[in-house]
Design a protein around this ligand. Structure first.
Ligand SMILES: O=C([O-])C(=O)C[C@H](O)[C@@H](O)C(=O)[O-]
Ligand SMILES: [Mg+2]
Length: 418
C-alpha cells in the first residue's frame, strides 16, 4: 500500500468568543485536513492545526512521504523529523512549552492517523482494532464550559449566550447537557480573578449535584493561589488542571491540595514524564494525539502512565469530525483512560468536514464509529466551502492575545497572573 498522493487542505470555521488565559478565540478557527491516497486507490484522513508555520511543515512533509508504504511509520517519523528541523510551531502557550520533539510529533500525527485509516479500511476493521481492540463501546466526553462574550464585537449574538458570571455558566452547562447528555463538566478558567471562578464552580456544584467538575486556569495562578483555591474547592472538584506553571510548582501544589492535579501543559512530551513522575506533580495526564505523535505513540504513553499509576483524560482544541473520530478510537482502546475526555465539538455547532451520520453523542458519549478505518467520510462540498473560508477569513495563525488586545489593549498574559 504505497502512498501516491497527499492532499493538504487548510480550512476555517466559525468559532464563538471563548475566553481563556491567553485572550479570546477569534471569529475563525483553523484546521488542516490531510488526505492520503494509495496506489490501490484507498484514501485515509487526518486532521491537525491550521497555523501557517505548522501548515507549511505539513506541506513539506507531504512531499517527502510519497512512495512510502502506509505501514512504514518509523521511516515516516524519521523523514518528518528531518524535515521539521528546529522549527517550533505552537505559539499560543496553552499547551505548554514548544520543543523540537513536540513540533515533530505535531506534524507527524495527521499522517499517522491517515495511514491507520487506510490500514483499517484495507483490513476491513475499525482503527480501534489496530490499537488493541475496544475496552469500551462509547467514549464519554465532558461539557467544556467557557466564560464567553455574547458575541464577537460588532457581530450578532451567538446562540450560546454570554457567560461572564455564575448564572451564565449554569445556563451554558444546562444547554450543553440538554443537547449532548454530558455527565461531567470542565470549566476553562484563568479568565476572572480566582474568587469569581471559585464561585462559578460552587454554582455548578449546586446546580448539577453529583456531576464531576474540573477547573483549568491554564497556569494562571501562583503556587499560593493554587493551594488556596484547591483547598477551598475540596469536595467540589474531580481534578484541578494546570493551576500553576511548571513541574516543580505543580508538585508543590499537588502535595498541599486534596484533589489530583491534571495537566496538558507541564507534561507535553515524553521527556517531561520522568521528572513529573518523580516529583509527584500530577495524578492525571491529558493525552492529545495531535501533539503526542499520533494514536500509536499516544497509546504507548498511556501504557507508561499506567505503569506509574497516572490516570488519563484527553485534551482538546477546536477541532472537526476527523479528530473526534480519531480521539474516540484512541480512547476506546485505552484501558486506563477512565476520565471523560475534553472536546470542543459543541462550539463548532454542526460545522464539519465529515458527512453526518457516523459520529453522534448519546448520553454524553460518542459510540466508536462502526465502519472500517476511522469510520468517517470526507464531505467534499463542505471541505471546499471551509477552504474558501480559510482563503478569505484573513486569519493565518491562532492568536487569542492579539485579538483580545483589540478590545482590551492592556490585557495581560502574564502567567502566573493571580
Ligand atoms: O489547556 C487546555 O485544556 C487547552 O488548552 C484547551 C484549549 O486550548 C482551550 O483552552 C481553548 O481553546 O481556549
Ligand atoms: Mg488544560
Amino acid at each position: 500500500m504505497i502512498i501516491r498522493q497527499i492532499h493538504v487542505t487548510p480550512v476555517a470555521f466559525r468559532d464563538p468568543p471563548l475566553l481563556n488565559a491567553a485572550g479570546v478565540h477569534e471569529p475563525w478557527a483553523l484546521r488542516t485536513i490531510v488526505e492520503i491516497v494509495t496506489d490501490e486507490g484507498i484514501s485515509g484522513l487526518g486532521e491537525t492545526y491550521g497555523d501557517l508555520g505548522h501548515l507549511t511543515k505539513v506541506r513539506e512533509c507531504a512531499q517527502v512521504l510519497l512512495g512510502l508504504d502506509v505501514h512504514a511509520t518509523n521511516e515516516m517519523y524519521a523523514r518528518v523529523s528531518a524535515t521539521v528541523g528546529d522549527v517550533v510551531t505552537d505559539l499560543h502557550g496553552l499547551t505548554g512549552v514548544a520543543t523540537k520533539e513536540k513540533s515533530v510529533d505535531r506534524v507527524f500525527s495527521p499522517f499517522e492517523v491517515a495511514c491507520l485509516d487506510i490500514r483499517g479500511k484495507a483490513a476491513g476493521v475499525p482503527v480501534v482494532d489496530l490499537l488493541g481492540g475496544r475496552v469500551r463501546d462509547a467514549v464519554p466526553y465532558s461539557a467544556y464550559l467557557f466564560y464567553k462574550w455574547a458575541a464577537h464585537p460588532g457581530a450578532d449574538p451567538d446562540r450560546f449566550g454570554p457567560a461572564l458570571d455564575e448564572a451564565g455558566l449554569v445556563a451554558q452547562a444546562a444547554l450543553l447537557i440538554k443537547e449532548y447528555g454530558f455527565s461531567s463538566i470542565k470549566l476553562k478558567g484563568g479568565v476572572l480573578p480566582p474568587d469569581q471562578e471559585i464561585a462559578g464552580i460552587r454554582a455548578l456544584h449546586a446546580a448539577f449535584p453529583g456531576i464531576p467538575l474540573r477547573l483549568d486556569p491554564n497556569a494562571a495562578w501562583t503556587v499560593e493561589t493554587s493551594i488556596r483555591v484547591g483547598r477551598e474547592l475540596d469536595g467540589a472538584l474531580q481534578y484541578l488542571e494546570d493551576p500553576t506553571p511548571g513541574i516543580s510548582g505543580m508538585a508543590e501544589v499537588a502535595a498541599a491540595v486534596p484533589m489530583p492535579l491534571a495537566t496538558n501543559m507541564c507534561v507535553v512530551t515524553p521527556e517531561h514524564l520522568p521528572p513529573a513522575i518523580s516529583a509527584r506533580a500530577i495524578g492525571v495526564l491529558l493525552l492529545d494525539h495531535h501533539y503526542w505523535g499520533g494514536l500509536v505513540r499516544s497509546a504507548h504513553i498511556a501504557t507508561v502512565c499506567g505503569t506509574f499509576g497516572l490516570d488519563l483524560s484527553m485534551h482538546s482544541n477546536s477541532h472537526l469530525g476527523i479528530s473526534l473520530a480519531a480521539m474516540t478510537h484512541l480512547a476506546a482502546a485505552t484501558p486506563n483512560l477512565t476520565f471523560a475526555c475534553d472536546t470542543h465539538t459543541p462550539w463548532q455547532d454542526g460545522q464539519d468536514v465529515v458527512l453526518p451520520g457516523s459520529l453522534r453523542f448519546t448520553d454524553g458519549a460518542v459510540p466508536v464509529p462502526a465502519g472500517p478505518g476511522l469510520g468517517v467520510e470526507l464531505d467534499r462540498d463542505a471541505l471546499a466551502i471551509m477552504n474558501e473560508q480559510y482563503e478569505t477569513c484573513g486569519v493565518r495563525a491562532r492568536d487569542d492575545t492579539t485579538y483580545m488586545r483589540r478590545f482590551e489593549p492592556t490585557f495581560s498574559t502574564r502567567r502566573p497572573r493571580w
